[in-house]
Design a protein around this ligand. Sequence first.
Ligand SMILES: Nc1ncnc2c1ncn2[C@@H]1O[C@H](COP(=O)(O)OP(=O)(O)O)[C@@H](O)[C@H]1O
Ligand SMILES: [Mg+2]
Length: 208
Amino acid sequence: MNKIGEGYYYTVYEMSPTRVMKKETSYESKLAKLQSWYGNDSRLLEEKISHLEESSKKSIALSKRLAETPELKAVLGNPMFVNDSEYEQDKATLLESFLDQENFLPLLHEYIQANFLLWAFGYGDVVHNFTFNAGVSVVTNKVILLDFNELTQDKESIAKDIETQKWTNQASMLGLKRKYPDLYSQVEALFGSGFNIDNVDKYWASRC
Ligand SMILES: Nc1ncnc2c1ncn2[C@@H]1O[C@H](COP(=O)(O)OP(=O)(O)O)[C@@H](O)[C@H]1O
Ligand SMILES: [Mg+2]
């Protein structure tokens, strides 16, 4: 299988023109990534790895449950788990591929709506790295959320992230600010009008 992507937790392979398989990365690979982010302090690295292990396991278990909700299946790319952490998913073209295209803002609008749908079932994304953790499904042509490692059921923490506009300090927005400053302002405005406390209160758990 062709490798088409890699994050901290998963290496992603193309199984067919429409499906990917997401395999967990090795302990050594996780450690090497953490080293490149945080340096060589072995106690700090151990702390980080065990903290991330715990939060990822929790988040993936949540997504496994979420994927059983018929209304959410499509927006999560029809995942099919092969064990506790590894899964197949619809293949997507990452949102970063659309940054210089006219339809980027409508796609971002769709991304925000996808997040509202998660909120409606009492789940929220904690990171908002929309450029590489979301994409347009090659199966449905709709925006799907790819990364299951960053989910929470804690409304308060979602509200806090919104208050501090946490997304402005994440890789996607930082990259946009550097490379596409005009688009950055438009994305900031769109996120501000979508990701706000009124909408959290409006949507959160409204379909539980
Ligand atoms: N369904 C998919 N279709 C195409 N590429 C994908 C898909 N899922 C993940 N990827 C690629 O693999 C990378 C890592 O996958 P992701 O689910 O974000 O795992 P991690 O939790 O390790 O960040 C993504 O940033 C993206 O580049
Ligand atoms: Mg990711």
